[in-house]
Design a protein around this ligand. Structure first.
Ligand code: HEC
Ligand code: HEC
Length: 199
């Protein structure tokens, strides 16, 4: 019993040292982000709606997605080559930098305020679409520890593309695929426009 305890203590000590070393360095991340700025903006707020905003996104989520692009689990002609040569440390630093930037909020076109909010806050009981809010938060802030991404202020065009990619299975995630499969094209459009102005 004592030996087991000792082993566990040593194990967690090593684990905490390891995480300590691997933690992202915001300053280093800022430097490394210069090659990303062309598309994602100098502060992680992009000007083209097909390039996602990264500012204020959860650190753990950013890390997971960069690993997915690097190992090919997630693919995109523009983004995959950018992740191919990143080291684990680069990924941690970049995630630390972007997660501490301030995200810009866009606007929801008036015609999508009501229909988009309905999907986001209540889902669709008839077709089994859950409320997005349950995981992505009442203000779209996400849930960083659970790695549920923030959606607040994200470009509608990007969000719509992602929901369609989950549905088509070109972006792989069981939770989101199940949900996107149950959504109509109108619901996808409305909720995508809605989160662009959500905060
Ligand atoms: C040539 C443009 C371009 C450059 C440069 C670029 N990206 Fe991207 N990035 C994209 C596009 C486009 C997507 C969306 C891909 C998709 O639709 O799946 C993306 C997606 C991402 C995502 C996923 C965001 C999310 O919400 O899931 C992260 C993280 C990311 N990029 C980080 C970076 C980092 C870090 C760099 C620099 C090392 C970088 N990108 C450079 C175009 C670019
Ligand atoms: C049970 C929790 C849960 C619910 C409910 C949920 N999501 Fe998600 N969502 C996730 C997770 C986890 C991810 C990250 C998946 C991945 O790694 O690709 C995600 C990712 C996303 C993304 C990609 C974000 C990005 O930056 O690329 C979008 C868009 C999205 N969800 C929209 C929605 C919408 C719209 C709804 C409501 C109809 C919804 N989600 C409901 C858990 C959830």
């Amino acid at each position: 019993m004592k030996r087991v305890l000792l082993f566990l203590c040593a194990f967690f000590l090593i684990l905490s040292i390891r995480t300590g070393l691997a933690a992202g360095d915001i300053k280093a991340g800022e430097q490394k982000s210069q090659v990303c700025a062309a598309c994602h903006g100098a502060d992680g707020n992009s000007s083209n709606p097909v390039w996602p905003n990264l500012a204020g996104q959860g650190e753990g989520y950013l890390i997971s997605q960069l690993h997915f692009f690097r190992n090919g689990e997630r693919e995109n002609a523009q983004m995959s080559p950018m992740a191919a040569n990143l080291s684990d440390q680069d990924i941690e630093d970049l995630a630390a930098w972007y997660s501490t930037r301030k995200g810009r909020i866009g606007q929801t076109p008036p015609e999508y305020v009501v229909s988009g909010e309905k999907v986001y806050r209540a889902g669709n009981a008839d077709t089994g679409v859950p409320a997005c809010m349950a995981c992505h938060g009442p203000a779209g802030e996400g849930n960083a520890p659970a790695q549920y991404p923030a959606l607040s202020g994200q470009h509608a065009a990007y969000v719509e593309t992602q929901l369609n990619a989950y549905r088509a299975g070109t972006r792989v995630n069981m939770i989101m695929r199940t949900i996107a499969n149950k959504m109509s094209a109108e619901e996808i459009k409305a909720v995508s426009e809605y989160v662009q102005g959500l905060h």
